[in-house]
Design a protein around this ligand. Structure first.
Ligand SMILES: [Zn+2]
Length: 306
């Protein structure tokens, strides 16, 4: 048996438990990215999400405490595509932290490499108040995009903290292995409902719908970010009746008055559908997100009998 010098033993133990290095401070716009960053970074990172999963990710109240978090951040991960345009740029400026400015090494635009839907084909205009001018920014609702984000985070963390490269690689591999298993499970659960037509409140779900073969035939909002109007609501009622749409999926931060009215007129059922980790306490991580929503969808459909 080899003898370890008592002092050397102490040094080794410290290195292995990770307390010898300061954790990288990772700030994310969404809890979804914080969940993935935590899975990849393990104890080498500390994460903090600005928007909570129960808040509309387009419209976040900028708290003074966010500036402090950003001023100390080593890495900022944002969804991009202008999802955060309403609150993040002034916070970055006020943080006076050059590292995390877009274009600098401490900023990661998570949309890069992801499957982005509804890209504009003509000149971008905000004249209509559309909050999705560069394509749909809710792309993490496809778990395959979550995989792309996980790979980008692993590469970025290794760049900022080269000593952790092996750990990040191992964690990324474990994350992807788990995702492989879960995707099979989710696909199996959703397969019987392929082709189901749904109405959603906001355009949060095109990536989810593509992945799980649902057809979104309308939204309660006339355009992303524009509140329901009487004319548009009547059109949606017509479409739901014509196509016998069974479900209206509503994100947790919207008023259910209009969806409930539409449901009353049509017999469609309103269910809460959570676009982000933290939407409710039961959705603790990125895997829980799909587990929860898919189970909710399946039980609602089972109860519909149409
Ligand atoms: Zn949106």
């Amino acid at each position: 048996m080899k003898r370890i010098h008592p002092l050397l033993g102490v040094v080794l133990t410290t290195a292995i438990t990770g307390s010898a290095h300061a954790a990288l401070r990772v700030v994310t716009s969404l809890q979804d990215f914080a969940s993935i960053a935590q899975a990849i970074g393990g104890d080498r990172v500390e994460t903090f999400a600005l928007a909570k999963g129960y808040q509309d990710p387009h419209f976040v109240d900028a708290k003074p405490s966010f500036i402090l978090k950003l001023s100390r951040a080593d890495l900022l991960i944002a969804a991009g595509l202008e999802l955060e345009i309403g609150y993040l740029p002034p916070l970055i400026d006020q943080s006076r932290n050059e590292r995390i400015h877009p274009g600098n090494p401490g900023y990661l635009d998570a949309s890069i490499g992801c499957d982005i839907l509804q890209r504009p084909t003509q000149i971008i205009t905000r004249a209509m108040g559309d909050v999705h001018p560069y394509g749909n920014p809710h792309y993490w609702t496809d778990p395959e995009n979550g995989r792309v984000v996980a790979r980008a985070i692993a590469a970025k963390l290794a760049e900022l903290d080269p000593d952790g490269k092996a750990a990040y690689e191992a964690n990324r591999a474990a994350f992807e292995a788990r995702l492989d298993v879960k995707e099979k499970e989710w696909d199996t659960k959703m397969a019987p409902y392929a082709g189901t037509k749904v109405v959603t409140y906001h355009e949060s779900w095109p990536n989810f719908a593509k992945r799980f073969k649902l057809e979104i035939i309308g939204t309660v909002e006339p355009k992303p970010g524009i509140p329901p109007s009487p004319t548009h609501t009547l059109e949606i009622i017509d479409v739901i009746q014509r196509d016998k749409v069974p479900l209206i999926l509503v994100e947790p931060y919207f008023d259910t008055k209009t969806p409930n009215y539409i449901a009353e007129k049509t017999g469609a059922k309103v269910i809460m559908f959570y676009p982000s980790v933290g939407g409710i306490p039961a959705i603790r991580d990125y895997f829980d997100l799909f587990d929860y929503d898919i189970n909710a969808f399946v039980s609602a459909m089972a109860g519909k009998g149409r």
